[in-house]
Design a protein around this ligand. Sequence first.
Ligand code: ADE
Length: 249
Amino acid sequence: MRIDILTLFPEMFQGPMTESMLWKARDRGILDLRLHNIRDFSQTRHKNVDDTPYGGGGGMVMKPDVVARAIESITYEAAPGTPVILMTPRGRVFNHQTAVDLAGHEQVVLLCGHYEGIDERVSQLLVTDELSIGDYVLTGGELAAMVVVDAVIRHLPGVLGAEGGAERESHADGILEGPHYTRPAEFRGLTVPAVLTSGDHGAILRWRRKEGLRQTWLRRPDLLLTARLTLEEQYWLTEFANETARQSR
Ligand code: ADE
């Protein structure tokens, strides 16, 4: 998969994009990550990329001609339908399903805004989608783009080892993961649940699913509205509710 990132601050990507999983994905040839400095597409002597907003007000707006040239330097040779995504707090909120969908593309272009934003006509003419990573405002789209890259590449075949399949994790099937334990079996008076040392793989799988569901019920009950649950799993939810009712009596 190829990911092109358009930014005024390509150096910001140096650390995160050269470590750990991201580095592995690039090293194995699974991820072709390309950084482009939007400033390189300015045609003025001082390489200006922004200007004052029409109508007044504070801040600066990124100029449409510069950003358009930057985008088109990539899209002119990209397949039709290649997503061009603007990272912005006004975008659709990024989630697991969006990460899976993007991982299905051969190429994705991520555009990082800065200052007060980018001239609206860039969005109208060249951007196919706008994504936010949450309801808060960052100083620019760079950190948001890194979050998207990280979450997307985990779904590419060969990035995660067999031990950590992305489909087994929190959010993959609409519920959170349960707790994890490693040695020692007892730590400061707390013991590992007996089922995990029983060797009964069926019982372990069932326990993990149930505890994942318990975490979801406790912490993110909103997810249960759309999770696909078996009859037994729905029964567990009533168990959790009964246990809580007993405890509060
Ligand atoms: N740029 C600034 N804030 C952002 C956010 N929350 N998500 C994506 N891009 C942003």
